[in-house]
Design a binder for this molecule. Structure first.
Ligand code: PMV
Ligand code: MG
Length: 358
């Protein structure tokens, strides 16, 4: 029997721009995990997941056809991760086995609370890691990232794959996505084994160290949001506003680059300043696209953070889920937690997960 875990994540800055090749984001892994266990069996295999069930399906009409949208259903990421890892195992000449695969997740509570911590990425990585051990494939972190990214891309199609990087590397990372057009072309020419050993153009994952006095507070709005549908909406809206969109991209790159320098210089001030700039840049994207990124609750969350001397913003695609505040460790974070609570925002008491310290 083998067991593997992969953490959930939160975006700190660079959202939306990071979907494009060459635009960085900062992402952090949290100590909330998806755990996958694989046990050899006979006659029948099974896939059992407490939290992820196919109990409802989303679909659209395209002409007379009923077209399913499985992007928010973690079950499909499990199946994709299995398919890709087994394809890789076959390429290495490993015989395939029958097994029971169990999935357990801290990321979506059993009471149905969806925090938006990236369960689809974590479940993909945990499944790849578990089968990597089960079939003794000895993939490196880099190879696990690339295989998981391909598995995730096959289902979601429009993401940056930054959440996969946070889930594989842990801690704080600066991330820039790879050239997806290049990958699509190379996939037709190469085996998986060749693909995951190649350098991928533009892909960059840098592990960052946060200043000691930096404290991350996470506020949960209580309302779930669909990343894939928000990314779709932004893409459609920005299609007809190319100039403004490219202004936003440039702004986002400048802000995140400064924030990365802030990490290198251990400067909490710079990081906080750029959190504020990042909030403004996302506001400009919301305005130009007409997509609500900061809901009323997220506006409150960030404004209350500012009043407490912290820097606050929405995290990820916005539209609900979580917001963050970056506060000086010596400041009184409980005041902010109380202020958030009085507006229905729950503090999630999660910590940064760093693989090197476990
Ligand atoms: O809402 P989240 O935590 O899933 O973050 C989405 C971040 C985006 O940049 C909007 C999309 C992506 O895939 O990077
Ligand atoms: Mg989200």
């Amino acid at each position: 029997m083998v067991t593997a875990q992969a953490p959930g994540k939160l975006y700190i800055a660079g959202e939306y721009a990071v979907v494009e090749t060459g635009y960085p984001a900062i992402i952090v892994a949290l100590n909330q995990f998806v755990t996958v266990t694989v046990e050899q069996t006979e006659n029948y295999g099974s896939i059992v997941s407490k939290q992820y069930r196919e109990d409802s399906i989303l679909w659209q009409r395209q002409g007379d056809a009923m077209v399913f949208d499985n992007r928010d259903n973690p079950f499909h990421y499990i199946l994709s991760a299995i398919k890709l890892t087994e394809q890789y195992a076959r390429e290495l000449g490993k015989p395939l086995a029958l097994y029971d695969l169990f999935v357990d997740s801290d990321l979506d509570s059993e009471s149905g609370k969806k925090y938006g911590l990236g369960s689809s990425a974590a479940v993909t990585v945990a499944t790849v890691k578990a089968l990597n051990e089960f079939y003794e494939l000895q993939m490196t972190k880099d190879e696990i990232y690339k295989l998981s990214a391909i598995a995730h891309l096959e289902i979601q199609k429009n993401g940056s794959l930054g959440d996969i990087a946070a889930s594989v590397y842990g801690g704080w990372i600066a991330f820039t996505t790879f050239d997806k057009t290049w990958l699509a072309a190379e996939m037709r020419l190469h085996s998986l084994a060749e693909l995951i050993r190649m350098p991928w153009p533009e892909l960059s994952i840098e592990e960052l160290t946060a200043p000691n006095q930096l404290q991350l507070l996470i506020g949960w709005t209580g309302s779930p949001a669909s990343t894939s549908r928000l990314v779709d909406k932004i893409a459609v809206a920005c299609e007809s506003k190319k100039d403004e969109y490219s202004q936003f991209l440039k702004k986002s790159r400048a802000i995140v680059s400064k924030m990365i320098e802030g990490f290198h210089a251990h400067s909490l001030d710079v990081i906080q300043q750029e959190i504020r700039s990042s909030r403004k840049a996302l506001e400009s994207l919301a305005e130009l696209s007409g997509v609500e990124i900061e809901t009323n609750t997220l506006i409150k969350l960030a404004d209350l953070a500012e009043k407490s001397g912290a820097a606050g913003k929405s995290s990820g695609a916005g539209g609900g889920d979580c917001g963050i505040a970056i506060i000086d460790r010596s400041a009184d974070a409980s005041m902010l937690a109380k202020a958030w609570a009085s507006h229905g925002i729950e503090v999630l008491d999660f910590k940064v997960h760093d693989f090197s310290t476990v």
